[in-house]
Structures are given as structure tokens and as C-alpha cells.
Ligand binder design. Sequence first.
Ligand SMILES: Nc1ncnc2c1ncn2[C@@H]1O[C@H](COP(=O)(O)OP(=O)(O)OP(=O)(O)O)[C@@H](O)[C@H]1O
Length: 596
Amino acid sequence: MNKESTVENVRVFVRVRPFNFLEGNSGLRQVVSVEENEAVLVTKPNTAKTYKKSYNFSKVFDISATQMDVYRTVAVPIVEKLFEGYNGTIFAYGQSGTGKTYTMIGDTLKDPQKGIIPNIFSHIFSEISVANNDMSYLVTVTYLEIYNEEVRDLLADDANKKLAIRERTDVGVYVKDLLGFTVDSMESVNDLLNRGNKNRAIGSTKLNALSSRSHAILTVAVESKNKSTNTAKFGKLNLVDLAGSERVSKSQATGERLREAGKINLSLSVLGNVISALVDQSTTHIPYRNSKLTRLLQDSLGGNSLTAMVAMVSASELDYDETINTLMYADRVKQVKNYLTVNVEKNSVIKQFEVKIHELEAQLNTLNNNSKEKRTRSKTKIHDEQLLDVEYQKRELLTKINMIQKKILVGGENLVEKAQTQLFLLENTEREIQSLDTNQKQLEDALFLKEVEKDLTQKKYTSLQEEDKELNRQIEEAEKLVAMETKNLISKENGYQHEIGILLYDNKCLAKQLQLVRLLKEHCVPECQLSKVLDNVYWDKRENEWRLKFVAHSGNNMRKKRTKSKSASDLSWNINKDAFQKYKKKIDKNRSLDKF
Ligand SMILES: Nc1ncnc2c1ncn2[C@@H]1O[C@H](COP(=O)(O)OP(=O)(O)OP(=O)(O)O)[C@@H](O)[C@H]1O
């Protein structure tokens, strides 16, 4: 594989042939249906249980597909690549009588019935007619058949002559002595096609009254040269109408037909082996050499070629087994990979032709000069004869120059009948419109996606806004809650402070009472005097001490000493009677004042 190669799988298409007159009138059931243009569904006939098998392909053409539908999908992309310098192959495969020749050739004279091959030439000439006149082209055709494993030139005078296959490192595999014809018009193409088709081996069998008994390969080569850059490209397109596989029991072939059928089936099975080997990753040997067909199609399968296969099937229940075989075969071909590279033409034939034209023109100039000289001097008979000879040589040279020049097609030249060009230009416009439609569809899809995205963003935005609103609401609520809690807390704190105040007050009272108890204890107030003392004791707020009523301040020996802390000898006392009674009870109960 070349570094710059593009890997492309073989594109596989399926075409379902409509019922022919006999099939249509014999009450046969159709067992083949097409799903979504991409899958073939085959229903097994005569079984209690419905058994359906589905196969997927690049595209499936149902019975209503026209020749142009097939051409547009299968061939157009390949022909376009041909002009870019790529090789291509289109081959039709299938059971005998399923429409291979109809699809590849069709009726070369009736427009709607024209098959891929005549349409390809119209397409090529149309492309040239709209090309820049800086471009020159050379379109060459070869047409051969492989009949009973022998290669024959369908365009040669002796079409029965066996030709040999050769291989050269610079050109690859080729057929020795195969004639190549340049074409410059649909007329010249039709002449060649008719000549070749007439020479093709055809025989009648039960499956097809005009059954092709050979594989036919028509090769069209397009060389294009750019005058400004002086570079040339070369693309080669193989158009292969394979002989049909056949069950001898069905074709009822005998004698010559039987021998042909054997060879046809053998070469098709070699083709199958090549395909299997190409698909099987573990196989390194590809048996191309096992048949002439695979040898000649070496580049088309696993090589440098953009390849398409059209697998033909019959819709009839009678052909169920063959249809399944064809679809399985086609399914395997899908996996074959090709490696495409642009062919840059080193031995450009156009360039060689141009050199030849220059040489001939130089010879012509010399002859012209000579004849002028001779004319001025010539007065004799010999001279006249010489002049005639020169004129004859000049005419020969001119014919040669014209012949070569005619082969080279110049961009912008009208090579197809106007109607044909218009048809193809129309096709192109249709394709362009289709591609515009596709672009518009893509733009519309993209726009729709953007709208959806915008919508989503808006929704998201709205939901964000809502989320924001909700959060604000929650914050507000939380703030309210916090404010309420703070209020509660403050009121609780106030409550606590009130309680603390009460406690402090209680504590103060208790301290006072404790002081009184200590005083009573220190001064050993007897129990009988206790109520008397208690009746006359009071708390001096100013001095912050207990005092006895009616005791003079001066010399009052009960007055406490002024110390920082209250000492046990403080004798100024006042007392809350109830509180004291309460504590007295406790004193009594504990019998010890020390506990306080
Ligand atoms: N899509 C189609 N629409 C109308 N007629 C068709 C179609 N396909 C095939 N036919 C007709 O069916 C008949 C058999 O077709 P054809 O000769 O192309 O088959 P084949 O596959 O080439 O057979 P063989 O392998 O024996 O050469 C022909 O009369 C052809 O015109």
C-alpha cells in the first residue's frame, strides 16, 4: 500500500429484477423485498414458519429502479474520480438471467434503456465538453472477453484469436496484442460497442434466451493533460459484465453450454476464493493467478481501484437459493478493501502525440520550403514529377497530423449530440441541486439544533432565574428565621438575665443569710435568745452589713472591723426573717452550721 493511498471498501449494490412475462403469468410469489433502500429482505418459500433474512448494502434498487437511477448512484462517483486520475471498476454479478447485461449495457440506442457503459461515455464526453480549453484528453477503449478460460479481443478482426496475459513491473498485468481504440464521439463508441457485443459468445439456455457465456471486460482509459502545468493524469475504468452463475439442473445446459457453464462456475468460484482470501486477515496468499478473470481484475479487488459491484437477484420464489447465495457472496465483497492512489502519467500518450505532431509539422515545413525552391527553378518534366511527389508527401503528413490531432480531445469541444450533453448537464444540475438541497437540509438541521440549543439555554436561563428567585426566597426566609431566632435569643437572653438577676439576688440574700448565720454562730447566740435577736436585726444597705436595732453606733462593740473582705467577727447585722427561718430549719436539720 502506497503512503498516500486512500483506503476504500468495495461498494456493493443490489438490483432486483422485475418479473418477466413468464414469471408474471405463472402465479409465482415474490420473496424479495427492499427495506429503506438499503436492505434486502428474503422470505423462505414453502415453510410453515416465516424465515426472513436481511442483508444491508450501500443501496438496494427495487424493481422500479430505472437505468439512470442505477447509473447515478453506482457510476457517477467513479467517473468523477476517473477524471482526477483514479482507477475504477464496476462489475455486475449474479445468477444467469437476472439482468447483468441489461444493467451494464442495456439498449445502446434507446435512451431510458441505456445501461452503465453507454451512459459512461456520454458522461465522459459531457465532462470534456464543459472543461477548460487548457485541458486535452485522450479516451481509449479496449474490449475483451474470457470465454472458456481464454482471452479474446472483441474488437479485433479475428475475435477468436487467443490472447496471452502478461505482467510487467511498469505496467502491471496486461493482455498482449489487445487493441486499443481512441474514441471521440458517441458514434465511434456505439460502433465499437456493437462490434464487440456482436463478437461476444452468447448462447440460449432455459434461464436466458440470450445468455452471455463469457465474462466481458470493457476498459475505458482517460488521460487528461493540463497545458498550463504540462502535467498529465490517467484513470482506467474496468466495466465488467460477468457470465451468470447457473445451476445446470435449472439451465438444462448440455454439450457446449454445459462445458461453458462448468468454466463459468469455476472462474466465479475462484473469484469467490480471492474475495474470501482478501477478507480473511490471516491469509497472506491471494489466489489471483488461479483464473484469467481474477488475474485481470487483480487491481480491482484489493488493489488501486475504486470498485463497485452490482449484485443482481431475481425476486421469484423459484430462485430463492440462488438469491441467498448471491447476497452472501455480495455481503463478503463489502469487506474487501482497496487502496486508491492518483496515477500521475509519466509516459503521457498525449505528450508523445504532441511530439509526433511537432515532428510531422517540421517535416511539412521542410517540404513546403523545398517545394517553393523547386517551383522557382523547375521547368523540366523531372522537376514536375518531383513536385507532385512532394505534394503527395505533404498530404500524407497532413492526414497523419489530422489523425493524431483528432484523437486528442480539447476541453470545451462538443463531442456528444446536443441532446445527450443536455441530458448529462441536466443530470449534473440535478445533482448540484440535490447537493444544494442536502446543504440546505444540513443548514436547516444545524439551525434547528441551534434553536433547540437556544431553547434549552433559555429554559436553563429561566430555570436559573427561577432557581435564583427560589434561593432569594429561601435566603429571605432564612433571614426572617435568623431575625426571629435572634429576637428569641435576645428575649431568652433577657429572660436568662432576669433569671440571672433573680439568682444573683437569691445569691445575695443567701450570702447575707450566711453572714448572719456565721455572726450568730460566732457570737454564740443561745437558742432562747435567737428569736429576740432575729426580731431586732436589720441589714444596713449603706454599710452592707447586719445591725442590731437600738445599738448606738459609737462604741458599738458589735460593729465589724473595716476589712476588705467580710470577716467572721462582723457584728452589724440585719436579717430577712422568713429566709432566716428557712435556713435555721436547715441548720437544725444538719446540726452543723459549718455546712453553710
Ligand atoms: N431491470 C430490468 N428491467 C427490465 N428487464 C430486465 C431487467 N433486468 C433484466 N431484464 C431482462 O431480463 C432478461 C435477462 O437479462 P440479462 O440478459 O441482462 O441477464 P444476465 O444476468 O446478463 O444473464 P446471463 O448471465 O445469462 O447473461 C433480458 O431480457 C433483460 O432485458
